[in-house]
Design a binder for this molecule. Sequence first.
Ligand code: SF4
Ligand code: SF4
Length: 90
Amino acid sequence: MGLAYKEIENKRIIADDEKCNGCLVCQLRCSFRFEKAFNPEKAAIKVNRFTKGGTDYFISFTEKCDACGICAKHCPYDALSWIKEEKEVA
Ligand code: SF4
Ligand code: SF4
């Protein structure tokens, strides 16, 4: 358990799997973005159980994740955070 994150340019998505409840809303929302269908298998975020039937989870992001933040917006347990740093204007 711990923090997993993915960083693309000025955006970062961070997962705190201690807070995760395994609801899979994040996977559904992510897959809908890419596939226009709710299919957790197609999501760029993976929520895995440590043990079969257990309630501890660990989260990872695949190569496909571009840190768009949609999953964080919809996580009902505040387990995902999204940060976008504004670029400095010269
Ligand atoms: S940040 Fe975007 S691409 Fe990455 S897992 Fe979340 S919804 Fe999917
Ligand atoms: S939406 Fe949040 S609580 Fe639900 S599985 Fe994803 S990270 Fe875990």
